[in-house]
Design a protein around this ligand. Structure first.
Ligand code: AMP
Length: 289
């Protein structure tokens, strides 16, 4: 274990993390886990602050999980900013940064072991565009829960389908972990913070605002019912050079299934679009009817 700042340790093996957590647990401490892929921004740090409020011991994992990337995705070029990540986490009083190598997490190879299947909702929306993504994500989250044995784990609403599926996994597999959700952290102009925003050039950064604008347009039309809301949201994409809409959908937050036209109440609008070759997602709750 490497001493990074007072109290923050970087741990690369499962055995070391287990020992660290077990020691604190023996003293009666509660444990929170914040799973990340690094390249940390203020959205991640909001999760860490929440974890710090809720538990005695905070573990942040930094692991770019190959299992949740498709063959044509950005695994190789995914941003890695480990030193600055660890410094930011030390500044927030994180107890342990768990940064295992791929071999430590997948000793049988990334495709050779037991995996978690996300079920039918895992094949929709993000899962339709990124086959296998949610199986890979849930597999690593289940492993991290088994390794750190946290009392609670903190996720961002930014990845709404992810937090839905993690919550469902915890229920379906009877995992003794409480899931906490933190609202999406945005730039002052509304763009949701994302590690992938750094791929955007200046014009693309401007064009990327169409995602949040489409959500605002949908929200403004929510009183007129689901079809109007959808029409207004999609219309926001109009003619944007270099932007292509992947999906725009309104779901029931309880089931994550698309709402029917007679749906009234609190719904969740999900949007995904390519800005150049960068795939961005966003979402917002709306009150329909
Ligand atoms: P990632 O490193 O992209 O896998 O994200 C790690 C965690 O940070 C996930 O729970 C994300 O939902 C969360 N997260 C990412 N971006 C944001 C944001 N803008 N606001 C809040 N949480 C976020």
């Amino acid at each position: 274990m490497t001493e990074v700042a007072a109290g923050t340790r970087t741990v690369t093996t499962i055995a070391e993390l287990r020992a660290l957590v077990a020691g604190r647990r023996a003293d009666g401490a509660s444990v929170a886990l914040v799973p990340t892929m690094g390249a940390l921004h203020d959205g991640h740090l909001a999760l860490v602050r929440r974890a710090r409020e809720l538990a005695d011991v905070v573990v942040v994992s930094i692991f770019v999980n190959p299992l949740q990337f498709g063959p044509n995705e950005d695994l190789e070029r995914y941003p890695r900013t480990f030193e600055t990540d660890v410094a930011a986490l030390a500044g927030l009083g994180v107890d342990a940064v768990f940064a295992p190598g791929v071999d430590e997490m997948y000793p049988r190879g990334a495709d050779g072991g037991t995996t978690v299947h996300a079920g039918p909702i895992g094949a929709r929306y993000e899962g339709a565009s990124r086959p296998g993504h949610f199986d890979g994500m849930l597999t690593v989250v289940a492993k991290l829960f088994g390794i750190a044995q946290p009392d609670l784990a903190v996720f961002g609403q930014k990845d709404a389908q992810q937090v839905f599926l993690v919550s469902r996994m915890v229920v379906d597999l009877d995992l003794p972990v409480r899931i906490e959700t933190v609202p999406t952290v945005r730039e002052p102009d509304g763009l949701a913070l994302s590690s992938r925003n750094r791929y955007l050039g200046p014009d693309q950064r401007q064009a990327a605002l169409v995602l949040v604008e489409s959500l605002r347009a949908a929200e403004a039309a929510a009183g007129d019912g689901p079809s109007e809301l959808l029409a207004e949201g999609v219309a926001a994409f109009g003619d944007h050079d270099g932007v292509s809409l992947d999906y725009f959908v309104v779901v029931d937050p309880e089931t994550f299934l698309p709402v029917g036209d007679d749906f009234r109440g609190r719904a969740l609008v999900l949007v995904a679009a390519f800005v150049g070759s960068t795939r961005l997602i966003d979402n917002a709750y709306v009150d329909i009817g």
